[in-house]
Design a protein around this ligand. Sequence first.
Ligand code: CA
Length: 573
Amino acid sequence: MKARYHELSHRREIRCNNVKRLSIDMKRILVILSGVLIALITISGEAKQPERPNIIFILTDDQSYGMMGCTGNEIIQTPHLDQLASESVLFTNAHVSSAICTPSRVSILLGQFERKHSVNFNSATAISEEAWAQSYPVLMRKAGYYTGYIGKNHSPIGKNGYETGLVERSFDYWYASHGGVFFYPKEYRDIYMDALADTQVEILEEGVDQFLDPNARRLKGAINFLDARPDDRPFLLNLNFNIPHGATTRTMRQRDTDDEMYRTLYRDQDIPLPENYIAKADIKTPKLPAWLHHAEDRQTGYDYVDTPETQRECTIRQMQCLTGVDRLVGSLREKLRQLDLDQNTILIYASDHGLFMGEHGLGGKSLCYEKTTHVPMLIYNPTQKTGFRSDALVQTIDIAPTILSLAGVGIPEAMQGKDIAAFANGRQPKVRDYLYTENLWSTVFGNPRCEAVQTEEWKYIRYYKNENLSAVQKTKLAKEFKIPLRVMLYEVHESQFAVYRSFVEDPVSGEKPVYEELYHLAEDPNEVHNLINEPGHQTTLDELRAAWKVEIKNARGMGKPKVSIHSNMNSDI
Ligand SMILES: [Ca+2]
């Protein structure tokens, strides 16, 4: 019995061992098979999926459309940008959504209209962490891109906006600062102290070199976890100038140490004034009624538009700065060639909005006229061999979804911009029927709230009551009662949020306009002749008013804005 038991046990053991061996063999086979399968998938995946492109997005500050050779300026020297534009899709009818730094830049990051994201200088809000998680830089990083940010940030993010460090941590490489960078950045922002250069464009170029080139000089100020860009991952680089912004050109000093272009270029040339320029002393009837647009409250920083001489000086400086940007674009492309990155790097170029230079007697921005909303915008794709121009109605809120699309990353529902990546591959689909722009920055500085809808041919603008306190009056009070002017004019507190919400919501829910304009852009691109009360345009006006009603609701979207509310943050940081 015992022997039988042993025999059975022995047989079972043999069977078990056989099963074990079989199981081991099967495992081996399975491992080999799965290895083959993975290899096959990888090979077929590699064959099917092209390498993800690198993307460099260059954003200038307050650059109107006509400030480059390729956009019609006969004086400015921008040979590298002109060459780039000739190899790109150059959008000749690109518009921002809000014509002032912060809301425009937030719109670009989130792909949303301001009416939805609700962040401006006068809003007492910052982008919430939840909303920021859906921005294109964060999504690109999550998708494996190595991301960098260089230059000016003017988007408050997270609780208390600029103080959280959240935006800095959101990039793999950070060589940037909040608010103005100015012409001599080291005098204002510590992060740039280790740069060899002293002037903005050249300092930021050192950051670009460090980001791209593992052999370039390492800047002590830059914040980066990895010492050099990993070459097995695609990259996204955001390069943000504070040029040709007035805050930068005002600080130019023509120092001996400046590159010659920043001292002498354009100074010997005859520079015509804009076609519809009006000096302050010659204004008989203001462009907008004085009860609506309080021009006397304008920020003094824009007073250069008041005389032909000061206008000329500012124009020269703007052109000098943009020629500096142009030179950087030339050396950037050369650098990409040297590093063998040129065949797989897409370049995007745009501006956050334009700027009045005394047209209609106006200075500053934050209205819906072409001079402030029409900007240069181009996409260069090295695999697309022929450049072309497109007059499609595109907007800077299209950049975020387009970057995601070019990288093969999903576009979140929260984005309102259109994916226009097809243009980078030579196609020209219809994008939208109407452009929608708006101004919600209505403060002590006198600008009224307004919205505009436009087609290729026509534009309709509507304005709302402007009952804000006056900067002139507040300045008088500040002096009389010894209150710091900066506090009086710029500090924003939580209570301002309620006012701003009414700016956002009231026009959507029936607030009546107090003034309207209608322009025939095809015949009057400078918006000189307001046809709102002229007979014969009723059908056009009806169509545009109906379009406005749809567009403003679309821009608002649904639900509460995803913002964090804060107080005591200087709005002009
Ligand atoms: Ca700007």
